[in-house]
Design a protein around this ligand. Structure first.
Ligand code: GLY
Ligand code: MN
Length: 461
């Protein structure tokens, strides 16, 4: 964990922003996998980690804004726990590690919240995303679990997003550690992507590298020779020459900061002409955006820039036609690029998404589009120094979508369906990097991971 002053300062900032009431953070619990004692790997809630730093189940934090006091609630271990889990520091000791004097057993949390409700004090909390936390909140607050969403503190949501959006130097170091591991994951995948091997052998090796480096993968590895399925978690195909393999994977550090990198490579290590053509367009979109990212630019503009490079490239290949700007404005490019350019990255791979994507990625000035494709852009608002985000354009040939749009005669002025027909066996390509917005421009985080055609052919060869 960071020095205790980091957590003290973060909580103090929250007090300034929230002004009054109690702020309640429930840490996560262990979740059963197939029977109660056999659990999934424990993952602490990111907001809890950000403000309270402690990475153990069954604890809660309270910030009493009115009385300027911070509390940790959790039970000390007993001898049974020590026998099965080994020695554990006391709650008092854990509290001191993150600058908190006031610790108490979990039962006291119920007393404190009950008393606060009696006194009519405001209790701020964010939207739960796990059933057991929803139930615990319902019990604490004495409301029906289905009504919890009506009591979310939007002030707290906004105050957390304000802080977590701007990454400090010590956070950037953690994210770069996660990219260092991703470098090894992806270059290993590049060396393994030979015909005859199964996808699961590569995805398993990638996950093993993440675990060996100290954290889990930051999301289930996406690895497929059917990269046209955007989040393909099926890893049962055997690699064959002629297919492109999409590998979209990252890891968490021991402190739960994430990386999220995508590389796409030709099975066997040599691009054929058709693969070169499509790959070059996606790479140009990725690099053009990176050239242009700087503070004050709305990320939505960067999304449209990537769409423009993609639509122009596809027009040059004869797959699209007509006026490119009109095509993008109406959403015709989204048949090939049906997702957004990227998202924030931090302690969550889609950073803070649990707080509500529109609060994280949009604001009063820039609202989410409702047009297919652009609607899936997770981050649209103006960039600020300290933002860390992904740049991940792609081109996909999704046979079912092509067939549907063709049957509906959609965008006949912009899509050359006869030419597209020949690409229905192509798959997909995505290229993703992690970027820090600096005071003047941006920096691609981590050691460069091969992405040009020649770099890929060399490492795969
Ligand atoms: N890397 C997966 C995603 O961004 O959705
Ligand atoms: Mn991503």
């Amino acid at each position: 964990m960071f020095n205790k002053n980091v957590y003290i300062e973060r909580r103090n900032q929250l007090k300034k922003d929230i002004k009054s009431g109690l702020i309640l953070f429930l840490g996560n619990k262990e979740v059963a996998f197939n029977y109660p004692a056999n659990t999934y790997g424990f993952r602490q809630d990111s907001n809890f980690l950000y403000f309270f730093g402690l990475n153990q189940p069954d604890i809660a934090g309270v910030i009493d804004v009115d009385n300027n006091k911070d509390y940790i609630f959790g039970n000390d271990v007993d001898m049974d726990d020590i026998i099965w889990m080994g020695f554990q520091p006391s709650m008092k000791e854990r509290g001191m590690q993150v600058g908190i004097e006031h610790t108490a057993p979990l039962l006291s949390l119920f007393e404190m919240i009950t008393e606060a409700i009696k006194q009519g004090r405001k209790i701020h909390f964010t939207s739960p995303y796990r059933a057991e936390i929803t139930m615990l909140l319902a019990d604490l607050l004495g409301v029906k679990y289905t009504n919890i969403k009506n009591y979310i503190s939007i002030d707290l949501v906004k105050a957390i997003i304000k802080q977590r959006s701007i990454k400090s130097d010590i956070e950037i170091i953690e994210i770069e550690k996660a990219i260092e591991t991703a470098y090894l994951m992806h270059t290993t995948a590049m060396k393994m992507a030979k015909p005859g091997i199964y996808e699961r052998e590569i995805s398993g090796a990638m996950e093993g590298i993440a675990l060996a480096a100290g954290g889990p993968v930051s999301f289930p590895v996406i690895l497929s020779i059917n990269g046209q399925t955007l989040h393909n978690h099926y890893h049962g195909n055997q690699l064959a020459v002629g297919r492109m393999m999409v590998a979209d994977a990252g890891c968490e550090t021991e402190m739960n900061y994430c990386s999220d990198i995508t590389r796409t490579m030709p099975v066997g290590g040599k691009f054929n002409q058709r693969q070169k053509d499509i790959y070059s367009i996606v790479l140009e979109a990725n690099m053009k955006v990176i050239e242009n990212i700087k503070p004050s630019i709305p990320y939505r503009d960067m999304h449209f820039l990537s769409a423009k490079v993609i639509a122009e490239g596809l027009k040059n290949l004869g797959l699209m036609k007509g006026n490119v700007d009109d095509a993008i404005q109406q959403g015709a490019h989204a048949m090939f690029y049906p997702h957004g350019l990227g998202h924030m990255l931090g302690m969550d791979v889609h950073d803070m998404e649990g707080l509500g994507e529109n609060y994280v990625g949009y604001d009063e000035e820039i609202k989410r589009s409702s047009i297919f494709g652009t609607a899936f852009l997770r981050l649209g608002r103006k960039l600020q120094p300290g933002f860390v985000l992904t740049v991940e354009p792609g081109i996909y040939f999704i046979p079912a979508l092509i067939d549907q749009w063709k049957a509906e005669k959609k965008f006949m002025d912009f899509i050359n369906y006869d030419a597209v027909e020949a690409y229905k066996d192509f798959g997909g390509i995505r290229i993703e990097d992690d970027i820090l917005v600096t005071e003047t421009a941006n920096r691609v985080l981590g050691k460069p991971i091969p992405k040009s055609i020649s770099e890929l052919e060399i490492i795969m060869g």
